[in-house]
Write a protein that binds this ligand. Structure first.
Ligand code: PMP
Length: 434
């Protein structure tokens, strides 16, 4: 364990820790971070996708420097600022027509989803919300209240109904998963959840923290049909897999749907805290002073976000995510025949997951050992999933093909070392993960 990591434990609370290994970093550039021991680690997590353009991207650096050298305040609560207006105009151009109304700015996916949850109920007068089992929409009281991830230590909203997310791998086929999930929702609508009481249906276009589950073809389209039929607002939480990561700008585009409300976060600021909700004017302008925190609409973060969006467009980073993602995915698929632990490789673009299983089912222990071993060998990788057994790949959108191959070679070694029993299990004692 490094000196910095040990010092941290004597000064910083653990309440926000989700640690998989004793990593302490002092810098970073592109797809690499620098450990306090001087090691260069290839970063396939990108701070859970927040470092969307990689670390220290010049476009973000320049935008932040410029915004700070003549600072237009620190907030948009009581004064308009140009960066927020430009960013709102840009975001409105990037969503479907039906969501093209107004933009609200927050700090995180959590405050954005919390705001949506309050706003849709207040604006529609309907009291219910539907979301998926395994969904992670945030870590604040109000965003946890509309989430379904079992690792969360918070109460669900009394108006929330959770429904199963279709899991093609577990169900045996995409069609079986799709049909069961749709039948479940239709049965609920016919019985205990009157659809006319439902304000909104929250979706993740790929359920990432729940296990990087890709919806079966046609599922979200059918769900959109049900929402339209009953006047239910469809909310696409693009916080983790949006903004180019899936290989398209919006992840919901793969499914041919048009959500009413789109939520952006994480990678939007390229490493700085900013989130955005985009949706119809009637909902987003329901009330004034409804959801405010002092430095919401911070012009420095907004300038960074604008630079991120312009860079994604200028450098074709959604296309790069599709291209590098294909290389990464194929390399991961080639590992499967040599590693019995690999049950399933899935995802879209640079939002990929590898589910590990053994004879007993989800291989949570081996998953934790694999990410620990990969860290020792120079690769940063975390895991997700309601059973803690899905390796998650959310590298920077700038990832090159050679970086993809290099990371997979390290993972190959890590999996082999775990299978050979060469990784000391006692290492995991302080790393419960989630
Ligand atoms: N939505 C999704 C889909 C997420 O994956 C997350 C974070 N994992 C959030 C919302 C919450 O974002 P944050 O932690 O930045 O508040």
């Amino acid at each position: 364990m490094s000196g910095l990591y040990a010092r941290e434990s004597r000064s910083v609370s653990k309440m926000a820790h989700l640690r998989f290994f004793p990593q302490a970093i002092v810098g970073g550039s592109g797809a690499y971070v620098t450990g306090d021991d001087g090691r260069q680690l290839l970063d396939f997590a990108a701070s859970w996708g927040a470092a969307s353009l990689g670390h220290a991207h010049p476009a973000v650096r320049e935008a932040v420097n410029r915004a700070l050298s003549d600072q237009a305040g620190a907030s948009y609560l009581s004064a308009a600022n140009e960066a927020c207006v430009l960013l709102a105009e840009k975001l409105l151009s990037l969503v479907p027509e039906r969501a093209r109304g107004r933009v609200w700015f927050g700090h995180s996916g959590s405050d954005a989803n919390e705001t949506v949850a309050r706003m849709v109920v207040a604006a529609t007068g309907r009291s219910r919300i539907i979301a998926f089992e395994g969904a992670y929409h945030g870590g604040t009281v109000g965003s946890m209240a509309v989430s379904g991830h079992p690792a969360q230590q918070g109460a669900r909203s009394p108006g929330l109904t959770l429904v199963p997310y279709p899991n093609s791998y577990a169900a045996g086929s995409p069609d079986a998963a799709k049909n069961a999930a749709l039948a479940h929702i239709e049965r609920l609508f016919a019985t205990e959840v009157p659809p006319e009481d439902v304000a909104a249906f929250f979706i993740e276009p790929i359920q990432s923290d729940g296990g990087m589950l890709v919806p079966p073809d046609g599922f979200l389209k059918a769900l959109e049909g049900l929402c339209r039929e009953h006047g239910i607002l469809l909310v696409s939480d693009e916080v983790k897999v949006g903004l180019g990561r899936s290989g398209r700008f919006n992840a919901f585009e793969h499914d041919g749907i048009e959500p009413d409300i789109v939520v952006f976060g994480k990678g939007l600021g390229g490493g700085l805290p900013i989130s955005a909700v985009v949706g119809p004017e009637a909902i987003l302008n329901h009330a004034v002073a409804f959801s405010l925190q002092t430095v919401h609409g911070n012009p420095v973060c907004a300038a960074a976000a604008l630079a991120v969006l312009r860079t994604i467009e200028r450098d074709g980073l959604a296309a790069n995510a599709a291209r590098s993602g294909k290389v990464l995915r194929e390399a991961l698929e080639r590992l499967a025949p040599r590693h019995p632990l690999i049950g399933n490789v899935r995802g879209r673009g640079l939002a990929l997951g590898v589910e590990l299983i053994d004879g007993h089912g989800p291989a949570a222990r081996q998953t934790a050992l694999t990410v620990y071993r990969a860290f020792q060998l120079g690769l940063v990788l975390y895991y997700v999933g309601v059973h803690s057994n899905v390796l998650e790949f959310t590298p920077p959108l700038t990832l090159t093909e050679s970086e993809a191959h290099k990371g997979v070679a390290i993972l190959d070694q890590a999996l082999a070392d775990v299978a050979a029993g060469q990784v000391d299990e006692s290492l995991l004692a302080d790393f419960a993960g989630w």
